[in-house]
Design a binder for this molecule. Structure first.
Ligand code: NAD
Length: 283
């Protein structure tokens, strides 16, 4: 039987509606949740991403500010802007769109964002909070993947989960979140010699390598839950993930499509983190 499709568009709409309710309740009490999105330079993909984030804020009743700067902005000037946003009571979340121009050190910038406003969850403090299971902001993409898994009713306890990819923003936090949900976790990466050896034993596979068709049907255990984080283009220029959807969907139990899977959830979880930041500030 073909896999059940996990619909990220539908789930993200539901989550955004909940965010809108929380935002309206906070606004009625005098605190309208606010997100500042900072874009430095002219990267075309980044321009689309920031526009989508700002639009999503507006649709859920959040206040949003888009600050755009030329690629010539100095690191010191950017850090000054972040300091000002850290102190701005109308702003509860700060997101600096990556990548930054080469002359700006992204780590210094991320660390400059107040932990209370780090809604991307990229700072070392937020990473430490995740590692030690303290409350804090979880990186939006893996957080969204967890919500997709939860939406199926799949119980992760005692299951074997394989994460493909070990980036600080997706693979590693994903592995930690799965671990916290009591899965037994294997992390595979570019130096893993036989990927299929691991994925064939997995009840859950999260593919986050950025390599199209990397996960094929013969690498998936029948009935497994497959989350496809990858964003790639096929030969026809169409968006596709890391998973050979046509083949794997004949073997897996559940699967996320690309587009319409993880992508919309990443934005939804950014809104969740921002409204959460505002609720904490209003306490
Ligand atoms: P990255 O380039 O930082 O990391 C890729 C990881 O994949 C690395 O850890 C590397 O070791 C591993 N890898 C590469 N080739 C491999 C192989 N052949 N076998 C096993 N592992 C391999 O990328 P990232 O930022 O973690 O993003 C991963 C993918 O997810 C990209 O396609 C990116 O565009 C996408 N992404 C999507 C969303 C979304 O919202 N849908 C958000 C973030 C990232």
């Amino acid at each position: 039987m073909p896999a059940q499709i996990i619909d990220g568009n539908a789930l993200s709409r539901q989550i955004r509606a909940e965010v809108a309710q929380r935002a309206a309740a906070l606004t009625a009490r005098g605190t309208r949740p606010g997100l500042a999105v900072v874009l430095v330079g002219e990267d075309p993909a980044s321009q689309v991403y920031v526009r989508n984030k700002v639009k999503a804020c507006e649709e859920s009743g959040l206040h949003s500010v888009l600050e755009r700067y030329p690629a010539t902005l100095s690191e010191a000037e950017l850090l000054e802007r972040i300091d000002a946003l850290n102190l701005d009571p109308a702003i509860h979340g700060i997101l600096v769109q990556m990548p930054l121009p080469r002359h700006i050190n992204p780590h210094r910038v991320i660390e400059a964002i107040s932990t209370r406003k780090d809604v991307d969850g990229y700072s070392t403090l937020s990473a430490g909070e995740l590692m030690t299971q303290l409350p804090g902001f979880r990186p939006c993409t893996p957080y969204g993947c967890m919500k997709l898994i939860e939406s199926t009713g799949f119980d992760l306890r005692g299951k074997h989960a394989v994460v493909i990819g070990r980036s600080n923003t997706v693979g590693k936090p994903m592995a930690l979140l799965l671990l916290q949900a009591n899965a037994t976790v294997t992390v595979c990466h570019s130096a893993t010699p036989d990927l299929g050896l691991h994925t064939r034993q997995a009840d859950v596979v999260v593919a986050a390598a950025g390599r199209r068709d990397m996960l094929t049907a013969d690498m998936v255990k029948p009935g497994a839950l497959v989350i496809d984080v990858g964003i790639n283009r096929n030969d026809a220029g169409k968006l596709c993930g890391d998973v050979d959807f046509a083949g794997v969907s004949q073997v897996a139990g559940w699967i996320t499509p690309v587009p319409g899977g993880v992508g919309p959830m990443t934005i939804a979880m950014l809104l969740v983190n921002t409204v959460e930041a505002a609720e904490r500030a209003a306490r």
